[in-house]
Design a protein around this ligand. Structure first.
Ligand SMILES: Nc1nc2c(c(=O)[nH]1)N[C@H]1C(S)=C(S)[C@@H](COP(=O)(O)OP(=O)(O)OC[C@H]3O[C@@H](n4cnc5c(=O)[nH]c(N)nc54)[C@H](O)[C@@H]3O)O[C@H]1N2
Ligand SMILES: Nc1nc2c(c(=O)[nH]1)N[C@H]1C(S)=C(S)[C@@H](COP(=O)(O)OP(=O)(O)OC[C@H]3O[C@@H](n4cnc5c(=O)[nH]c(N)nc54)[C@H](O)[C@@H]3O)O[C@H]1N2
Ligand code: SF4
Ligand SMILES: [Mo]
Length: 739
């Protein structure tokens, strides 16, 4: 397939094409709100071979603006990496031994079919678990490939709650939809609270807009236990203890109400539950909030006054903030602040979380539920280790099919995940570009295409642009896209439904048409136009989100008191429960305890720990957060030479006072451990983390660094809402080790 070249007559034309190359438009597939427009420069040899020779940001994409982040700029090194998997492989030695034999696709798919038919006969199709997440965010290769075939098969459903489930639930319950202030409207803000979010690394194209706002006189505050790259550019960095933001927000609300800075008229007109919330807020005087968050009370008061008196006031959050036991209620408490001050619907004020709610693909077109057996039981992806070692008992998981994810490196409680993956009776297939920590544990490895090699459609979650990804080059070796593998598996399993055999473009056209029939924001946006024009913006009203004062909740108002939460068994008011990880619990003890339990949704069993383990004195515990690495996207790109150079050796940041108390010097190797496991990291002694907190970025490939990463310590307990992961609720103990 030869993709068309982009238009070259645009007013801002600065493409670098030469007479010998073709330019192909694409979209960055990574889990990042910016969803950049990319340009691939392709050389076509005389015999028709296509080779990508340059890769850069599209100058005609209004968010990308001609530049890509440092992670993705060297993308051609990723595409042409010498370690790319290019043939299917079958395991020869014991699991994880690295002994492989090359096999054909026919053999690979035939063997998968044979194994699955046997498993289905004995246990039913629910004994097969697909595990996929954010390797690509494309409609076809993520959404549709994670739905249709698996639903038709009757496999276990995967509850995809590893990232932002609690915030999504909280925002939808409170405001009715995930709508966000556009990046460009940041210019109108007079104060911006960037709360538990690090856009300098995780949404880099927001930063020029933030700087422009600052030049306009906007005050920027970053609230983060770590002095991140974003915090360094802020006017004020506030560093609370992790997990205490709910109390901080309620304490700020207390100040706002006590000083009469709230907007009674707005609250009366646009909210439900204001009197009840008011009573709740009264439980959090600033002194109490300050004590919980371990901040000076003056800072709580100052922050509240600053936010309530500088308007428009924008609060920008992402998902790192809520990866703890109280993440959902934390977000609820924060969402109450713009309601108190009447900032929803004000241009440049209110909330910037995600734009995902403007366009949700038609679920039926994506998943074909009506043509499939009833959904089988769901397995929470955060509980993978537990599920593989007995928690998912009826039926037991006998086969795991991983694509677009690297659970051996990114899932919590890694020791238990590995214990599960080592099971001799577990038939594991991994579809990957590289021999990741997860692929190493497979029985069959299938080679996957990179983003340059397969078509797809992308929508941003930080903006409202849609962009088609034209394939630029042929698949490397024998690699195949996720969707092409689903089509092969469907044929192997004898499923004749045409919606399991369409090509990617037909899938896109169908989902677009089905979605457009219900969502006027897609009016007139067709596959043909997307292929021709580059990005197309959704049709949105001109005003700020919620400018008409209507919220798509059941009441039509902001639900400060949420009946939906009450019905789901949660505190219907924003609150703060003070629930933290214990850290002492041994993972095996936990599993034995679980053997008698059928409840996989509660996280409470983590609370009691093993108080007898003398290594773990509660008085010496530190709180470990594992934020985004600047140079990787979780574990994607974390095997790239320039990304690895940028990130350096795996490290943990620790405050000088905490380091001194443990005899840790800058540069020493330290053991970071708790009852779940441990990892060796290089100590970086810095006041860039607050006392009591240590920080080590997520995403390391264990196999490159002694076989372990920080997820050997993280907890697989679930958070307050929607089965949320709790990576940042993690208690650890540090000690120096001999080298
Ligand atoms: N460079 C890069 N970009 C990425 C990713 C990546 O791995 N690398 N990952 C992508 C993905 S999957 C996601 S979900 C997004 C995440 O985007 P972000 O949410 O911006 O990223 P995180 O680093 O996970 O978390 C943000 C910040 O929250 C802080 N934090 C942790 N716990 C707390 C707390 O209790 N309170 C407060 N106030 N702050 C807290 C951390 O120190 C961190 O600086 O980024 C995406 N973009
Ligand atoms: N300690 C700690 N761990 C965390 C987090 C944390 O905050 N702390 N954050 C969590 C979060 S927010 C997230 S979203 C998850 C992300 O975890 P994952 O969703 O697993 O994402 P990646 O680590 O990027 O791994 C994606 C894999 O998919 C592969 N891939 C890319 N494109 C394709 C494709 O087209 N087809 C196939 N078959 N494979 C492809 C890549 O090579 C890569 O190995 O990690 C979580 N892990
Ligand atoms: S990771 Fe984000 S900032 Fe980097 S190129 Fe992709 S979309 Fe753009
Ligand atoms: Mo994520």
């Amino acid at each position: 397939m030869i993709a068309p070249t982009p238009a070259t007559d645009s007013p801002r034309d600065s493409y670098r094409a030469t007479a010998d190359t073709t330019l192909i438009r694409g979209a960055c597939p990574h889990d990042c709100p910016d969803t950049c427009g990319t340009i691939v420069e392709v050389e076509v040899s005389e015999d028709g071979q296509r080779r990508a020779v340059a890769f850069y940001g599209d100058p005609n994409h209004p968010i990308t603006n001609g530049w890509l982040c440092g992670k993705v700029r060297p993308y051609l090194d990723h595409v042409y990496h010498p370690d790319r998997l290019i043939h299917p492989l079958r395991r020869m030695g014991p699991k994880g031994s690295g002994e492989w034999a090359r096999i054909s696709w026919d053999e690979a798919i035939g063997e998968i079919g044979d194994r699955w038919r046997g498993i289905i006969a004995e246990h039913g199709a629910a004994a097969i678990l697909p595990y996929s997440y954010s390797g690509t965010l494309g409609l076809v290769n993520m959404g549709v490939s994670s739905g249709r075939f698996w639903n038709r098969l009757g496999a276990s459903q995967l509850d995809r709650a590893i990232c932002g489930a609690a915030a999504e639930y909280a925002v939808e319950a409170t405001l009715g939809a995930r709508w966000a202030v556009p990046y460009a409207d940041t210019a109108h803000a007079k104060v911006i609270l960037i709360w538990g979010h690090n856009p300098a690394s995780t949404a880099p194209h927001f930063m020029p807009f933030l700087k422009a706002a600052q030049r306009n006189g906007c005050t920027v505050v970053v609230i983060d236990p770590k002095r991140t790259r974003t915090a360094r550019t802020a006017d004020w960095h506030v560093a609370p203890r992790p997990g205490t933001d709910g109390a901080l927000a309620l304490g700020m609300a207390h100040v706002i109400i006590s000083e009469g800075l709230h907007d009674e008229a707005y609250l009366a007109a646009h909210t439900v539950g204001w009197p009840e919330l008011r009573a709740r807020i009264m439980e959090f005087p600033p002194a109490r909030a300050a004590e919980i968050a371990e901040l000076p009370v003056e800072d709580v008061i100052r922050l509240a006054r600053l936010y309530a008196t500088s308007q428009p006031g924008l609060i920008k959050i992402a998902d790192g903030l809520q990866r703890n036991h109280m993440g959902g209620q934390t977000v609820r408490a924060i969402l109450a602040l713009p309601a108190l001050t009447g900032q929803y619907g004000v241009r440049g004020g209110g909330l910037a979380y995600s734009t995902s709610g403007y366009l949700k693909w038609d679920g039926e077109a994506v998943n074909k539920w009506h043509d499939c057996p009833p959904p089988a039981r769901a397995v929470n992806m955060n509980r993978l280790g537990a599920a593989l070692t007995g928690e998912a008992a009826d039926p037991p998981i006998q086969s795991l099919f991983v694509f677009g994810s690297n659970p051996a490196a990114i899932a919590p409680n890694a020791a238990l995940v590995h214990e599960g993956l080592r099971r001799e009776d577990l038939f594991t297939v991994v579809h990957e570009l590289f021999m990741t920590d997860t692929a190493e544990m497979a029985d069959i490895v299938l080679p996957a295409t990179s983003n340059l090699e397969a078509p797809d459609l992308h929508k941003g979650y930080g903006h409202t642009l849609l962009r088609y990804n034209h394939p630029a080059i042929a698949p490397l070796g024998e690699s195949k896209s996720n969707w092409d593998v689903m089509r092969l598996l469907a044929a192997e399993m004898g499923f004749a439904e045409p919606w399991l055999h369409q090509d990617a473009d037909a899938v896109i056209a169908e989902v677009l048409a089905a979605t457009a029939a219900r969502n006027p924001r897609l009016a007139g946006i067709t596959l043909e136009r997307l292929k021709r024009e580059g990005q197309i913006a959704l049709e949105l009203d001109d005003g700020a989100p919620f400018a008409d004062g209507r919220f798509p909740t059941p009441s039509g108002k902001i639900e400060l008191y949420s009946q939906r939460l009450a019905s789901d068994g949660h505190d219907p008011l924003p609150g703060y429960s003070g629930k933290f990880d214990d850290g002492r619990m041994d993972r095996r003890m936990d599993r034995r305890r679980l053997a008698g339990s059928s409840d996989i949704s509660s996280g409470s069993r983590r609370d009691d720990g093993d108080p007898n383990d003398s290594r773990f004195d509660p008085g010496d515990a530190l709180s470990l957060i594992t934020p985004a690495a600047h140079h990787f996207v979780t574990s994607s790109l974390a095997n790239g030479p320039s990304q690895l150079r940028g990130e350096g050796a795996p490290f943990v940041e620790i405050h000088p006072a905490d380091a001194a108390a443990r005899g840790i010097d800058h540069g020493m190797m330290v053991c970071v451990e708790n009852g779940r496991g441990g990892v060796m990291l290089r100590a970086v002694v810095t006041d860039g983390v607050r006392p009591g907190v240590v920080a080590s970025p997520k995403g390391r490939w264990s196999k490159l660094f002694g076989g372990r990463n920080v997820n050997w310590t993280t907890s697989d307990a679930l958070g307050d809402f929607a089965g949320q992961s709790t990576f940042h609720s993690n208690r650890v103990w540090l000690r120096p080790v001999e080298e």
